[in-house]
Design a protein around this ligand. Structure first.
Ligand SMILES: *Cc1c(COP(=O)(O)O)cnc(C)c1O
Length: 397
């Protein structure tokens, strides 16, 4: 059997790199390493034995202690490293831990950190509560002014933290341009890439140092596991890995296995999520009770051109502005039968929630109404459309 990595170098394949779905199916684990089984073993472990004192002293064997990695974590890390085009990947027990550990690894007292204002809410909470307490100065910048952040850079700016598109409101930024400003100023750039997954965007190819994922979302795909990852380029990987081990966090074996299992089917799932979401976004645009649809793949969206020039696709999470107050919005949400009211996204089931923009400095609550976020699951388009239609009717919209 031809291994996928060999497929890339095989002259018979014309030097052609295997496609993304082929890599999703095969990356990270070589069946020949474990008796031919196509999935890696789920290694439950703490202790690893050494054959002699000299080996222990030099740590000169592949595994030293389960915190440092097992064949199970190796398999998922290798798959993500390959998909992200990274030098290495670390795993963390949640997406939020995949945000906080790299910030702790690259910031010290007296440093300055620039963070895009459209960042995931709990990332902001960590910056406000923990980074500031550590003596790090934090500045949020308007995603629509991202090209001008050079004027916000200081000699002590050590991290520029990005998210594209922005959480809940999907603001886009010119990632390569902002990453270059960070690098020229001596700062490490990090991008929360959860919305796009490595199938639709690979930040390291655009000059970003660290690409962060809530694997809880599309890679897991079934709303039954929480995990995070940080993929790093060659100039940041060693420091990231060292700090992960100093802090003492890694991923549990069963969770790691579930995410690797989810990754194998992520391409077909995402195609369906993205397709249904795009059709619903277009339909919502034509609804009288909808003032605006916030979806990067819609030509009417402010950040559309930036999305189109950098991303290879759109996933199934978007928002819209409903011409309603909170009371009517609540009636709409509570009338739905398929869309569930709950946090997170990327699973098989559709979800809805009312977006809270109160922590944002630059994004104002739209005058036209309230912002509603939809996670489009794998249900049939007609059923989801009907659910929303009945919700509008029940709320008198
Ligand atoms: C959900 C999410 C996270 C956090 O992931 P958890 O696994 O839920 O901790 C981080 N960033 C973004 C953009 C997210 O949507």
């Amino acid at each position: 059997m031809m291994k996928v990595r060999e497929l890339q170098d095989d002259p018979a394949s014309g030097g052609r790199k295997a496609g993304l779905n082929t890599r999703l199916a095969h990356s990270g684990f070589d069946p020949a390493e474990y008796h031919g089984f196509v999935n890696p073993p789920v290694v439950h472990a703490s202790t690893v034995l050494y054959p002699d004192v000299a080996t222990m002293k030099a740590h000169s064997q592949k595994y030293r202690y389960a915190l440092w990695g097992t064949p199970t974590t190796d398999a998922l890390e290798a798959a993500l490293t390959e998909l992200e085009g990274a030098a290495g990947t670390i795993l963390l027990p949640s997406g939020l831990a995949a945000v906080t550990v790299p910030l702790l690894a690259f910031l010290s007292a007296g440093d300055h950190c620039l963070i895009v204002d459209s960042v995931y809410g709990p990332t902001r909470r960590f910056a406000d509560k923990v980074l500031r307490r550590m003596g790090v100065d934090v500045t949020y910048f308007d995603p629509h002014e991202a090209n001008d952040i050079a004027r916000l850079m200081r000699p002590e700016t050590k991290v520029v933290f990005l998210e594209a598109p922005g959480s809940n409101t999907f603001e886009m930024i010119d990632v390569a341009r902002v990453a270059k400003i960070a690098r020229d100023g001596g700062a490490v750039s990090m991008l929360d890439n959860t919305w796009a997954t490595p199938l639709f965007f690979r930040p390291i190819e655009h000059g970003v140092d660290l690409s962060i994922h809530a694997l809880t979302k599309y890679p897991g795909g079934h709303s039954d596991v929480m995990l995070g990852s940080v993929s790093a380029n060659s100039s940041t990987y060693a420091r990231l890995r060292e700090n992960q081990m100093i802090i003492g966090v890694n991923a549990a074996p069963d969770d790691t296995y579930l995410v690797l299992r989810g990754l194998r089917t992520m391409g077909v799932r995402l195609a369906r999520h993205g397709d249904t979401a795009m059709r619903l976004a277009q339909w919502l645009e034509s609804q009288p009770s909808v003032a605006e649809v916030l979806h990067p793949a819609l030509p009417s969206f402010k950040g559309h051109e930036l999305w189109k020039s950098q991303f290879d696709g759109a996933s199934g999470l978007f928002s819209f502005v409903l011409r309603a107050d909170e009371a009517a919005g609540s009636r709409f949400i509570e009338a739905l039968k398929i869309f569930g009211l709950g946090y997170s996204w990327g699973g098989f089931e559709s979800l809805i929630l009312m977006v809270d923009l109160s922590d944002r400095i630059y994004a104002k609550k739209p005058e036209a109404g309230i912002v509603i976020r939809l996670q489009i699951g794998l249900e049939d388009y007609e059923d989801l459309q009907n659910d929303l239609r009945m919700g509008f009717a029940a709320a008198g919209l």
